[in-house]
Structure formats: structure tokens, C-alpha cells
Ligand binder design. Structure first.
Ligand code: NAD
Length: 262
């Protein structure tokens, strides 16, 4: 019999690309806390995700491009057949074109804006719609966001707008699904070196500024994010929904920071 905060629970972790992914750290922590999990992959990443999944025996791996309704439906239909019900979903998925994370925001083309919103915000709605009917005994859904939703951060641009939409989606979904005992929250993670983050111009400088400014005087780790995500998935957060929970070493509470020279 599994032990841990998620003992006996089954859930979905969306967004593993490689071993640096926030989703991969979350997947490992969920399993360490007693859960059984299913991962998705985006077409070309199948081999890489399957190779990683082999490190966690018993993990289900299925295709799911979150921009395709049919793929979301098929993903959850397969899990319904396999498990009957699910207890949690982690949404750790986002995309914006590389040029839009470098050029001034005002230059964002209409098409690229729509793509970023579709993959990074609307997908939470599509996923919740298919996941909720499987959460017959209640459930918990967590989506990954970033401080660029709240404040202007260099080069984050259209992704900041998409994250603001994601956080608003989280609140509306929490309102819709609360009566079914399903909670929906966001984790706002500090900057982390991952595949997606490598597309943001100036990431190295941003990491240094964060570590220098954050009250904990260090950068956030994927482990920090995974542990707080498990808290939100577990019954330890039973009264929390519609929340954006910062896991950023406290960076977001700071106003002006004076440098040595100032
Ligand atoms: P990552 O590149 O490892 O993960 C992003 C994932 O999104 C990948 O697995 C990719 O396959 C998936 N994805 C993209 N388009 C998809 C689609 N159409 N269908 C299905 N999957 C798709 O990077 P990450 O940093 O681990 O990002 C995970 C989440 O965390 C994202 O929402 C990101 O915005 C958020 N986040 C990242 C940071 C950071 O600094 N790295 C900080 C805060 C929040």
C-alpha cells in the first residue's frame, strides 16, 4: 500500500519535454508521494518522454496536443477506460514563438498572439472540461504560471498576457467546478532553466536579478515547485481554490531593491 500525501490517488501530468521540465519534477514528486500518473507527449517528443517515463514503472504515456480537442478527448477517454476516475491534473504547458520573446511586445503578430493564448491559456479550459467528469470523488487541478502575468518583465511579452489569461481562467474554472469538489489553482514559479525558458531573451540576467532580490537570496528550484504543487494536489490544501500561489523565494513581495552602489 502506497504512502504519502497522494497515496491511492491517480492523476495526469501534462508538459514533460525533458528531465529539466517542471512537469518532470512534479511527476517524480507525485509518485514519491504515492500517486500513480499518466504523462502526455507532443508528437515529436514521444521517444524522449517514453524514455523518461520508463524511470517510473507503471506510468501511462499517451499523446496529447492541447490545441487539438480530439486529442484531449481521446486522452481522457483512454484514462476513463483504464482507471475509471482520476484525482488530479497538472497543467505545465505553454508556447510562444521565439521572436515574440525578444522583440518589443507591440510587434506581436495577431496569429502568434492567438497561438500563445491557445496553447498556454485556453488549453486549461479544454483540459478541465474533459478531466472534470472523471473526478467523480472531487479533485485538484494545478496550472503553472509566472509573475510576468502581474507585472511587466523584460521580453516575457505575449506570454505575460497569456499567463494573465491563464490565471483568470483558473478563477473562473474554480467557480464552475467548486460545487463538484474540484479545486483549481495556479503555482506562480520563479524563473527556472528549462527548454521553454531558454526561448526568453536575457534569461541569464533575469536569474541573477531574481537571486539577488528574492528574500530567500536564491533562485527557485524545480523541487520547490514540485513540493508546493503536491501540497495543492493533496488534501492538505482542501480549502484552497482559485488561488495563484507564488513559489518564487518571495521575489513578488519586493518593491524597490537598492543595489550596493545606490
Ligand atoms: P518545458 O519546455 O520543459 O515545458 C513546456 C511543455 O509544454 C513541453 O513539454 C511542451 O511539449 C509542452 N507543450 C507546448 N505546446 C504544447 C501543445 N500544443 N500540446 C501539448 N504540450 C505542449 O518548460 P517548463 O519551464 O517546464 O514549462 C512548464 C510550464 O511552467 C509552462 O507553463 C511555463 O510557462 C511555466 N513556467 C515556467 C517558468 C520557467 O522559468 N521555466 C516559470 C514559471 C512558469
Amino acid at each position: 500500500m502506497a504512502e504519502g500525501l497522494l497515496a491511492g490517488k491517480r492523476g495526469v501530468v501534462l508538459g514533460v519535454a525533458n528531465d529539466k521540465s517542471i512537469a518532470w519534477a512534479c511527476a517524480q514528486e507525485c509518485v514519491a508521494q504515492g500517486a500513480e500518473i499518466a504523462l502526455n507527449y507532443l508528437g515529436p517528443l514521444e521517444k524522449r518522454v517514453r524514455a523518461l517515463a520508463e524511470k517510473i514503472p507503471g506510468t501511462t504515456v499517451l499523446e496529447c496536443d492541447v490545441t487539438e480537442d480530439e486529442q484531449i478527448e481521446a486522452f481522457f477517454a483512454q484514462l476513463k477506460e483504464q482507471w475509471g476516475k482520476i484525482d488530479f491534473v497538472i497543467h505545465s504547458v505553454a508556447f510562444a514563438e521565439r521572436e515574440d520573446l525578444k522583440n518589443p511586445f507591440i510587434q506581436t503578430p495577431r496569429k502568434n498572439f492567438a497561438t500563445a493564448m491557445d496553447v498556454s491559456a485556453y488549453s486549461l479550459v479544454g483540459v478541465c472540461r474533459e478531466a472534470a467528469p472523471l473526478m467523480t470523488e472531487g479533485g485538484s487541478i494545478v496550472a503553472m504560471t509566472y509573475y510576468g502575468a502581474e507585472k511587466v518583465l523584460p521580453n516575457y511579452n505575449v506570454m505575460g498576457v497569456a499567463k494573465a489569461a491563464l490565471e483568470a481562467c483558473c478563477r473562473y474554472l474554480a467557480s464552475d467546478l467548486g460545487a463538484q469538489g474540484i479545486r483549481v489553482n495556479c503555482v506562480s514559479a520563479g524563473p527556472l532553466r528549462t527548454l521553454s525558458a531558454s526561448a526568453i531573451a536575457g534569461m541569464r540576467k533575469m536569474l541573477k536579478a531574481n537571486a539577488d532580490t528574492a528574500p530567500l537570496r536564491r533562485n527557485t528550484t524545480v523541487d520547490d515547485v514540485a513540493k508546493s504543487t503536491v501540497y495543492l494536489l493533496s488534501d492538505m490544501s482542501s480549502g484552497v481554490t482559485g488561488e495563484t500561489h507564488h513559489v518564487d523565494c518571495g521575489y513578488n513581495i519586493m518593491g524597490l531593491t537598492l543595489t550596493e552602489e545606490a
